[in-house]
Ligand binder design. Structure first.
Ligand code: ADP
Ligand code: MG
Length: 236
C-alpha cells in the first residue's frame, strides 16, 4: 500500500507540465507523502508562499533550482519539503550515509533549519545532524557516520570532510545552498568550491539566495545543471 502510494505520487509528478507548476496553492494539493502532510499540518503550514509554489513542484521532479526571494518569504520549506520527499522516495536508511547536505552561512541559521526539519520531518525516520563551529568537533565526528541529513556551516563541514573518517558522503543525492549570497559575502567562496568539488556530481542542487548577485551567478554556473530560475517577489 505504501509502495503503491509512492508510485501514484511519482506518476502524478512525472505528468506535471511546467505550465502547471503554480496551479497548487495549498501544501495538501501537492503529491506529498502522508508523513510530510501530517508534519506540515501539525505546524499549521497550509497555504504556500510564492517561492514555495514555484520551487517545490520542479524540485520534487528532480530539477536543479536557482531561487531568489527576499528574507522571510519561506525559502526553508521550499527546500526541506523536496529533501524529505527524496529520502522517502529513495527509502533512505542509516546505512546509506549522508543523502542530503545543507550549507548555511551561520550557526544560527543552521540551527533554525535543523529545528524546522525536525518539526515537519518528525513522522519520518531519517536522522539529521548539525555541524557548526563552537561545538565539540570530536563529538560531532563520532556521530556523523549515522547522519542522513547534514546541516552545517562551510568551514566546519569542510573540516569534517577532511578529518572525519566515519563521514560517508559518496551517495549524496541532494545539495542545498541556503543564503548563497551571504555565504559568499562572508568569504566562503574557496571553502564552498572545495566542498562542491568533493561531492558526487550526479546530485540535485537547490540554491537559494535573497539577492541575485554576480557571484551567486558564478556559483550557480559551477554547482547547478540546467537549473530552473525562480525570482519570486510575491509573498503568497
Ligand atoms: P526565508 O528563509 O525566505 O527568509 P523562512 O523560511 O525562514 O524564510 O520563513 C519565514 C517565516 O515564515 C518563518 O517564521 C516560517 O515559519 C514562516 N512560513 C514559511 N512558510 C510558510 C507558510 N507556507 N505558511 C505560513 N508561514 C510560513
Ligand atoms: Mg532562510
Amino acid at each position: 500500500k505504501h509502495q503503491q502510494a509512492q508510485k501514484d505520487r511519482q506518476e502524478k509528478l512525472a505528468q506535471l507540465d511546467p505550465k502547471e507548476y503554480t496551479k497548487f496553492t495549498k501544501f495538501s494539493e501537492l503529491p506529498l507523502s502522508r508523513q510530510t502532510l501530517i508534519g506540515l499540518r501539525g505546524a499549521h503550514f497550509i497555504e504556500m508562499t510564492g517561492i514555495q509554489k514555484e520551487a517545490i513542484p520542479p524540485a520534487l521532479q528532480g530539477q536543479d533550482i536557482l531561487g531568489a526571494a527576499k528574507t522571510g518569504s519561506g525559502k526553508t520549506l521550499a527546500f526541506l519539503i523536496p529533501l524529505i520527499e527524496m529520502l522517502l522516495r529513495e527509502d533512505w536508511n542509516e546505512f546509506d550515509g549522508v543523502g542530503a547536505l545543507i550549507i548555511s552561512p551561520t550557526r544560527e541559521l543552521a540551527m533554525q533549519i535543523y529545528e524546522v526539519l525536525l518539526n515537519i520531518g518528525k513522522h519520518s525516520s531519517f536522522s539529521c545532524g548539525l555541524v557548526i563551529g563552537g561545538k565539540d568537533f570530536k563529538y560531532e565526528s563520532e556521530r556523523i557516520g549515522k547522519i542522513n541529513v547534514l546541516i552545517g556551516t562551510p568551514g566546519r563541514l569542510l573540516q569534517h570532510m577532511d578529518q572525519s573518517a566515519n563521514l560517508n558522503i559518496n551517495n549524496l543525492q541532494m545539495l542545498i545552498l541556503d543564503e548563497a549570497d551571504r555565504i559568499l559575502d562572508m568569504g566562503f567562496k574557496k571553502t564552498l568550491d572545495s566542498i562542491i568539488s568533493s561531492i558526487p556530481p550526479q546530485r540535485q542542487t537547490l540554491l537559494f539566495s535573497a539577492t541575485q548577485t554576480k557571484s551567486v551567478q558564478d556559483l550557480a554556473r559551477l554547482s547547478l545543471t540546467n537549473p530552473k530560475y525562480i525570482n519570486s517577489s510575491s509573498d503568497l
